[in-house]
Design a protein around this ligand. Structure first.
Ligand SMILES: Nc1ncnc2c1ncn2[C@@H]1O[C@H](COP(=O)(O)OP(=O)(O)OP(=O)(O)O)[C@@H](O)[C@H]1O
Length: 514
């Protein structure tokens, strides 16, 4: 029957109102005239009865708790955990792009319910939302929506749920978020740049380097050894706890420029799913700032200091550009000038060797966990032994000139070939010449659309023989320079000897004259 007008509805509300008022009056009388022991007995019995009729417990997890605008971490973990279950079981789903996540997250829509089974226990999750009736103006509508999850289970499973199931949900949720998150490449800017709005010493971009161990050119056995070492480290939380050491590992990558040190760091980060912190030491004000930078790094990360030999005077004082320029060979000078050029005019860093040693394994280095520290250098011999001793830099990896094995990886990467008639020549030539993987890769790169594997391999053969010729000429020049220097030294010595004998003769004559 359809009631017309509002009078019928009004009558109904009036009747309901008087019924509620009557009930409340009866309850007040009941409370006043019944003895308290009888009241509590009745309450207990009614609770027991309710327990028999409805033996389930429901826990609610709200999206925003405590501080109004702070999203509950637990809610996010549950949402991520349920995204894997609900996407296959729930009928109505909603899609969201979550901040810092690289994929769209599907979660169950409001009022949807999914079941979960854990250690033989059945649980029900429900997603709901309540819209706030407060007419306040809010810049954060989501906070007014009051979304929440409710978890229902039989009360006899209370212990399993609180002691095992909820920690399992949190842990799995976190693991999934880490796997799905967009990884970041951080860099430290100069301390002076830290404006009022900056909350961190690090700034970042999304890390999207395509390098992998598959495409990294080096001997397969050595490569596998590094992969095993990294994977073992990433799974060794309990082991590090057991031996009482902070969960971190140091890698020293050394070798000539263009042998793949930076590429290997990117491959490491991609293998383990870690963030990368590229620490520019020359931009760090002092040891205190270095410590702050360390504290601000997250776990599951690689902290990189590239060209460590150019960043610091490893006796404790920073080298001045002038001094640097006056020592080392030409290649070294170039690298240092390049590096120091970045810091022109604001070269006021007071980071010392001891500050850096503390950064690596001092007390502060233990805050946070699952971190890899990588140093790279072109000049291993320039580094202070204290800096690279085992325990600080646990694994020393030499990246060297391109071997035939490494070349084969590049040939596969660039042209999808495992063999070719020119491979024999290339193997022989690479055995006689020092050519970096960067130079080999450059030759293998097609320069125009007509360049196929044949053309590129021929270019490589020519490049290797050119490099061989250049090396021969350089060696000859060096030999000639050495000979010339030896000749000059012999002449100088002869001259000195002649001058001495003339002096002695003159002295003798003087004596005789006297
Ligand atoms: N081992 C390698 N495997 C695959 N590619 C490589 C390798 N080494 C170098 N390359 C190629 O050469 C380029 C330069 O290499 P990379 O920057 O990694 O060398 P590096 O040793 O870090 O040099 P530098 O000491 O000058 O920083 C890379 O972009 C990559 O294409």
């Amino acid at each position: 029957m359809i009631y017309s007008g509002s009078s019928a509805a009004g009558e109904k509300w009036a009747q309901m109102g008087s019924a509620i008022a009557g009930l409340m009056f009866a309850y007040a009388m009941f409370q006043q005239y019944f003895p308290s022991f009888l009241l509590s007995f009745l309450e207990k019995q009614s609770r027991k009865l309710m327990g028999y009729i409805y033996p389930y417990i429901t826990i609610t997890f709200r999206e925003f708790t405590g501080e109004r605008l702070k999203r509950s971490e637990l809610y996010s973990d549950i949402e991520t955990y349920l995204s894997t279950h609900s996407s296959t079981r729930a009928k109505r789903l909603k899609a969201e792009v979550v901040k810092d996540s690289k994929s769209v997250m599907l979660s169950m829509d409001d009022q949807e319910e999914v079941t979960d089974d854990f250690q033989g226990v059945r649980l029900w999750w429900r997603s709901s939302h309540k819209t706030s009736k407060t007419q306040s103006i809010s810049f954060f509508p989501a906070a007014d929506e009051k979304r929440y999850y409710s978890l229902t289970f039989h009360r006899r499973h209370r212990d399993v749920v609180t002691a095992s199931y909820l920690p399992h949900v949190m842990e799995t949720g976190k693991e999934i978020s880490i796997k799905n998150r967009q990884r970041k490449l951080y860099t430290n800017s100069s301390g002076d740049d830290r404006g009022y709005y900056r909350s961190s010493l690090w700034s970042h971009v999304v890390f999207e380097h395509p390098a992998s161990f598959k495409t990294l050119a080096m001997e397969p056995k050595k490569k596998q050894d590094i992969i095993n070492d990294l994977i073992t480290f990433s799974k060794a939380k309990d082991y590090y706890d057991q031996i009482g050491k902070a969960w971190k590992r140091g890698y020293l990558l050394y070798g000539p420029p263009g042998t793949g040190k930076s590429t290997m760091i990117a491959a490491m980060a991609n293998l383990l799913g870690y963030d990368v912190y590229d620490l520019e030491l020359t931009a760090v004000k002092d040891n205190t700032q270095l410590r702050k930078l360390l504290i601000e790094t997250s776990s599951k990360s690689i902290i990189v200091i590239e060209d460590i030999d150019c960043s610091l005077d490893l006796t404790g004082q920073r080298k001045k550009k002038k001094e640097e320029d006056s020592e080392g060979d030409e290649e070294g000078k170039e690298a240092i000038a390049k590096k120091m050029g970045k810091n022109d005019g604001k070269d006021g860093s007071k980071v010392t060797l001891s500050g850096l040693l503390n950064f690596i394994d001092g007390l502060w280095s233990a805050c946070g966990s699952e971190r890899i520290i990588v140093f790279t250098t072109n000049y291993l011999e320039k580094l202070d032994p204290a800096l690279i001793r085992r325990g600080r830099m646990d694994k020393h990896i030499e990246l060297s000139y391109c071997s035939f094995e490494a070349f084969k990886v590049l040939a596969k990467n660039y042209h999808q070939i495992d063999s070719h008639e020119l491979f024999g020549d290339i193997e022989k030539a690479l055995g006689e010449t020092n050519m970096t993987p960067a130079d080999v890769a450059e030759s293998l790169m097609p320069k125009c659309s007509d360049d196929d594997a044949d053309a590129c391999l021929k270019t490589l053969v020519e490049a290797i023989s050119r490099a061989k010729e250049e090396a021969r000429m350089k060696a000859e020049e060096e030999e000639a320079a050495k000979e010339k220097q030896a000749e000059e030294e012999a002449k100088k010595k002869e001259k000195q000897a002649k001058a001495k004998s003339e002096k002695d003769e003159a002295a003798e004559n003087d004596e005789e004259a006297e």
